[in-house]
Design a protein around this ligand. Structure first.
Ligand SMILES: C[S@@+](CC[C@H](N)C(=O)[O-])C[C@H]1O[C@@H](n2cnc3c(N)ncnc32)[C@H](O)[C@@H]1O
Length: 279
């Protein structure tokens, strides 16, 4: 079924009126694609889907979970992590505490990447890690820290690039065993984060459309990568305002590789590639 603008509006309004979810300011293109997939997977037409949304709260919750794209990786985009390691995190090394918020953390690989890096840099104990997502299923997985091993074999390459190698000095190599941070069980096909890592972050359900800062803290670093790409310009600006007002001066916002601050907030940050330093 081809989703028209009217179909999309019909769906978004029904969801808004019968649940806590407001997708009005999500970008149309990706919403249309997701809606099309949901209809195909559930083998439903749009009227039936909207009818069920209106009468069944749990169904609405499920639909929103299927709308969100949850793709993520351990040390996703290793270059970003190398910049964090060599250029960004050292800025905070003399802080008493380092508050970090992962907004849109999905199944948690980004959070564990940060914890591993902080530990290697000797900054682990001063860090407070907050992580949130709109989707409670991915948060449950994030809290467990258990991932498929074979499907995610690239995690080990990313780990090597960020933790073992130095892109500025190819002769340097730190032999850090994977078992320091996670256990690999090939027969069960699992990669399980160590308990000391899973115990550290505070995970909370949080909707960037609706909720303010739920953590009662200000932040030195906010990572919101590959999330605003699904939002329209108005919602992006609203989210930038939320981040700007909850960062300490000189605090840093990290966006995804293909995301940029345009519009009124651009002048409030110094841009260093995908890293934005609050002026
Ligand atoms: C593609 S994942 C990004 C994960 C991770 N940050 C990364 O870059 O690898 C996008 C995440 O944003 C979450 N998300 C979408 N809309 C959201 C909203 N309104 N509030 C909070 N999280 C949202 C999704 O549930 C999903 O887990």
């Amino acid at each position: 079924m081809n989703i028209t603008d009217q179909d999309l509006q019909f769906f978004v309004l029904a969801l808004k009126n019968s649940s806590n979810y407001d997708l009005t300011e999500y970008s149309d293109k990706s919403l249309k694609r997701r809606l099309q997939k949901i209809l195909a997977d559930k083998n439903m037409d749009l009227n039936t889907l909207v009818g069920t949304i209106k009468t069944n709260k749990n169904f609405s919750e499920d639909v929103v979970k299927e709308i969100t794209v949850n793709t993520t990786e351990l040390f996703r985009d290793p270059q970003t992590w190398q910049t964090l390691k060599f250029r960004i995190l050292p800025r905070f090394k003399n802080n008493k505490t380092i508050n970090i918020w992962h907004a849109g953390c999905s199944t948690g690989q980004e959070v564990y990447s940060m914890l591993i890096l902080l530990n290697e840099m000797g900054l682990y104990d001063k860090a407070k890690i907050f992580a949130s997502d709109i989707n409670t299923d991915v948060l449950d997985q994030a809290k467990k820290g258990i991932y498929k091993y074979r499907f995610n074999i690239s995690y080990l390459d990313n780990f090597d690039k960020v933790i073992k190698q130095n892109p500025f000095n190819y002769e340097e190599f730190n032999e850090v065993p994977y078992e320091k941070y996670f256990d690999i069980d090939k027969s069960r096909d699992t990669l399980t984060m160590k308990k000391f890592l899973t115990e550290k972050p505070i995970f909370r359900k949080h909707d960037l459309v609706r909720d303010g800062n739920l953590f009662f803290a200000k932040f030195d670093l906010i990572l919101c990568r590959n999330v605003i790409i699904y939002f329209n310009y108005t919602l992006q600006n609203k989210v930038f305002e939320l981040f700007h007002s909850n960062l300490y001066p000189k605090g840093v916002l990290v966006l995804g590789m293909h995301e940029t601050i345009l519009g009124p907030h651009a002048t409030k940050f110094e841009k260093l590639g995908q890293f934005y330093v609050k002026k």
